[in-house]
Design a protein around this ligand. Structure first.
Ligand SMILES: C[S@@+](CC[C@H](N)C(=O)[O-])C[C@H]1O[C@@H](n2cnc3c(N)ncnc32)[C@H](O)[C@@H]1O
Length: 283
């Protein structure tokens, strides 16, 4: 529910009325699951005004019309990018990768060596450092991993970041965030500066909206969904947590962001195992 507030003007001279803000907030909630209280009104006003000016749109009403117009996919993607942040980096929240390396991967690599199918999902992966971090750790532990059925899926609602992730070409300052013990994997970058083929071939990237039903046939052994659910309200978070739980193998792991909280029906089946880390223990 959006509380009434004053009309918001911005340096670009566009006026965001309460009604406009409510319409944009409703749209973002319905299509992306984003929950925006009235405290976000100045941010929305400032970010969208720039967009209106660049596109020669006269007011927010016309802009809202464009979200359902002939160029709707592009307009919706731009809106999503303006309302969310894609901030990410290699080895972010490193304690999760310690758990992955020490407690999760040894058994999963063993499972793959024995002919098993292993799947890890980075949900809301932005430009891809999270799944590439996993791939580096796995390769360091098991250089011959490419011979086994061990795959990582990286998804995000934003097609622009997925396009970037598929290109896998990261600036040097991003590469420098990789701890020295893993750097030996990265200098083997292709001549065009992309992440090396042996890491890229482990990962499949795709566009996926977490508030829509998941399309998967098989289950996952581990899911990372970090710093994504912060955008959702509690009912949406609870639906997403439950969908993750239902898409995890028994004993599978879920990792969520440091400022996110587990709640709802999934809580009964996801046993806490360290900081913002859960093990699926269905009855
Ligand atoms: C801050 S980034 C987090 C990236 C990475 N997980 C990390 O922690 O470094 C948040 C990402 O969530 C994505 N996102 C927001 N709403 C989403 C939704 N409904 N479905 C899937 N991804 C979503 C955004 O596009 C953005 O790339």
């Amino acid at each position: 529910m959006i509380a009434a507030g004053p009309i918001e003007s911005n340096p670009d001279g566009f006026t965001l009325t309460d009604q406009d803000f409510e319409a944009i907030a409703d749209f973002a909630y319905k299509h992306f699951g984003l929950s925006m209280s009235s405290s976000k009104k100045p941010l929305v006003s400032a970010r969208l005004a720039r967009q209106l000016r660049q596109q020669n749109v006269v007011n927010f009403k016309e802009y809202l019309g464009r979200l359902n117009g002939p160029n709707r996919d592009q307009e919706r993607n731009n809106l999503l990018s303006l309302l969310t942040t894609n901030v990410t980096h290699f080895f972010r929240e490193p304690h999760h990768f310690e758990t992955l390396r020490n407690d999760v991967l040894p058994q999963l690599i063993e499972k793959a060596r024995n002919g098993g199918r292993v799947r890890i999902w980075s949900a809301g992966c932005s430009k891809g450092p999270e799944p590439f971090t996993m791939a580096m750790i796995i390769h360091k532990m098991c250089p011959e991993i490419g011979r086994f059925d061990f795959k990582i899926l990286g998804t995000d609602i934003d097609p622009q970041v997925i396009q970037f992730a598929k290109t896998a070409k990261y600036p040097q300052e991003d590469i420098e965030q990789i701890p020295s013990e893993y750097r030996s994997l990265v200098p083997k970058m292709d001549a065009d500066g992309r992440m090396p083929e042996n890491l890229r071939s482990m990962i499949t990237f795709g566009v996926l909206n977490l508030i829509e039903p998941f399309p998967f046939k098989g289950k996952f052994d581990a899911i990372f969904c970090r710093n994504v659910a912060i955008y959702f309200d509690t009912p949406t978070q609870q639906k997403v947590w439950q969908a993750f739980q239902q898409n995890l193998n028994p004993g599978g792991y879920l990792f969520i962001g440091h400022s996110e909280r587990m709640s709802g029906p999934a809580e009964a089946k996801l046993k806490t195992s360290g900081i913002t880390t859960y093990i699926n223990t269905p009855a």
